[in-house]
Design a protein around this ligand. Structure first.
Ligand SMILES: [Zn+2]
Length: 134
C-alpha cells in the first residue's frame, strides 16, 4: 500500500485507489482531480466539466488544507510525501498536463520514472553533499 500525504498538513491524499488533489488551470478553472497511486501510471480523472488540457500548466492544492503543492524552487514540479513499506519519500510529478515525469526521493536514492523523466533531472543530479537539502 502506497500512502500519499500533504507535505504541509500531513493529511492522507489517497482515498481508495485515487490520489485526490484540487487543481486550477491558467484560466482559473478549478476542480478535483484523481491521480493513479501506482508510480508511473499517468491516468487521471476529473468531472467532465473540468477538462484537463494537454500542455497547460496547472496549480495543485491539498484538498484538506489548501496549501499550494507546486514546488517553489523546482519549477513545474508538484510535491507530495509518500510512504511505502516503511520507507518515506519526497514525491514529485509535473504540473504540465500530459508530461509523464515522476521522481521519488528517499534518503538512499533518487528514482526517476516516465517518458519525460530526463526533463527535470537537473533538479536532482546534485552532489551527494547537497542531497540532504532536497
Ligand atoms: Zn494539506
Amino acid at each position: 500500500m502506497k500512502n500519499y500525504y500533504c507535505p504541509i498538513c500531513r493529511a492522507h491524499l489517497r482515498v481508495g485507489d485515487n490520489i485526490v488533489l484540487a487543481a486550477k488551470s491558467p484560466y482559473n478553472e478549478k476542480g478535483l482531480i484523481f491521480l493513479n497511486p501506482e508510480v508511473g501510471n499517468y491516468s487521471k480523472e476529473t468531472h467532465p466539466d473540468f477538462e484537463i488540457r494537454e500542455g497547460e500548466e496547472y496549480k495543485f492544492y491539498c484538498p484538506v488544507c489548501h496549501a499550494t503543492l507546486n514546488d517553489k524552487e523546482k519549477k513545474n514540479l508538484v510535491k507530495m510525501n509518500m510512504e511505502e513499506e516503511g520507507t518515506h519519500y519526497d514525491f514529485y510529478f509535473s504540473n504540465i498536463a500530459g508530461e509523464e515525469v515522476t521522481y521519488r526521493i528517499s534518503e538512499q536514492e533518487v528514482e526517476k520514472y516516465g517518458y519525460h523523466k530526463d526533463r527535470y533531472e537537473k533538479y536532482f543530479d546534485l552532489p551527494d553533499e547537497y542531497k540532504k537539502y532536497l
